[in-house]
Ligand binder design. Structure first.
Ligand code: TXD
Length: 308
């Protein structure tokens, strides 16, 4: 393959991401986990599916970071997942140590890579990775908005009984209960959502979107969502490797956009071969702006809780 992607964490999100990348023949993949044999076993199992599924990507699994050298993109999913009743924020300290250590190993071997952070609490883990890597914001950002928007798109499509392919939506802000669904910018085949659905139904969709992660956690009992999260990661990886210039909501280190500075917050970003090539500033009304500021405050609080 022309490209190489590393995925750290061979758990639910990581392994499913690797499977999706390989099956789409986007790149060869190195899959690393502290549980080295588990990563090796999953990689071998996936390679044994290749003759049947018909893909030529190579997958190498294990615990050794040398296999990650020269990666175009590195995806960090290593960490602990939420358990029922546990907030994303409870994960802060534990995952800070894990993500910091992982990023250090990755950037040593792939100094030019693009880092996509997935581990929760997402926005704070992006900051941990930024500090450790010293990367410019073009090459370090987080996955959350594509997932949150995908959930919103699905809920809209189900409510209106239309194809998911016809539905677009944006969700801004931090990846937590304060995220900001933007129904004004949601469309069904170009028609704005508020023209199609009553305000109380829209608010119900917003609320279900905000609580989308928790809904899955509550049902699974153990672990958290991974099919939609891995699909969202692969959307971003494909946009980068194929230089699509696709506009996707990502957690980006803002430098004055949306009136926010030195903070990772979910905003629409143009993804291409250089990573985040542009931050797209949507016009927000007073209520949306206030919600985004509240969400940014929640991220700031978490980041300030990080021991430096
Ligand atoms: O929208 C989003 N950003 C998210 C985030 C959507 C879904 C999941 N989200 C978060 O991703 C979740 O809250 C977790 O923090 C991560 C990974 O979730 P996943 O469901 O994949 O968790 P698993 O199955 O427990 O997998 C984590 C793996 C597991 O195999 C551990 O052995 C490994 O991480 N792990 C490590 N690998 C390498 N190095 C270190 N230090 C390490 N520590 C744990």
């Amino acid at each position: 393959m022309d490209h190489k992607v590393t995925v750290v964490g061979a758990g639910h999100v990581g392994a499913t991401t690797v499977q999706r990348i390989a099956e789409a023949e986007l790149a060869d993949v190195a899959m690393v986990d502290v549980l080295a044999d588990m990563a090796k076993g999953k990689a071998l199992d996936m390679m044994e599916s290749a003759p049947v599924v018909g893909f030529n990507s190579r997958i190498e699994g294990g615990g050794d970071y040398d296999a990650t050298a020269g990666s175009d993109v590195c995806v960090v999913t290593a960490g602990l997942a939420r358990k029922p009743g546990m907030s994303r924020d409870d994960l802060l300290a534990k995952n800070q140590a894990i993500v910091g250590g992982v990023v250090e190993e990755l950037v040593k071997r792939s100094p030019e890579t693009i880092l996509i952070i997935v581990t929760n609490p997402l926005d704070a883990m992006c900051e941990v990775a930024r500090r450790v890597s010293g990367f410019p914001r073009e090459r370090i950002f987080g996955m959350a908005g594509v997932l949150d928007a995908a959930r919103m798109r699905y809920f809209i499509a189900a409510e209106l009984a239309v194809s998911v392919e016809d539905v677009d939506a944006f969700v801004l802000g931090g990846h937590g209960d304060t995220m900001v669904p933007l129904p004004r910018y949601a469309t069904v085949n170009g028609v704005p959502l508020p023209d199609l659905l009553a305000a109380d139904r829209i608010e119900a969709i917003n609320e279900r979107t905000r609580k989308g992660g928790g809904e899955i956690v509550g049902l699974l009992k153990e672990g958290s969502a991974y099919y939609a999260p891995s699909a969202a990661v692969v959307d971003m990886v494909a946009a980068i490797l194929r230089d699509k210039k696709k506009i996707l909501p990502c957690a980006v280190y803002l430098q004055g956009e949306y009136g926010l500075r030195d903070l990772f917050v979910g905003v629409p970003a143009k993804l291409g071969r250089r990573g985040v090539e542009e931050v797209v500033e949507l016009e927000l009304d007073a209520g949306e702006r206030e919600a985004l500021e509240r969400s940014a405050d929640a991220v700031k609080e978490l980041v300030e809780a990080l021991p430096s």
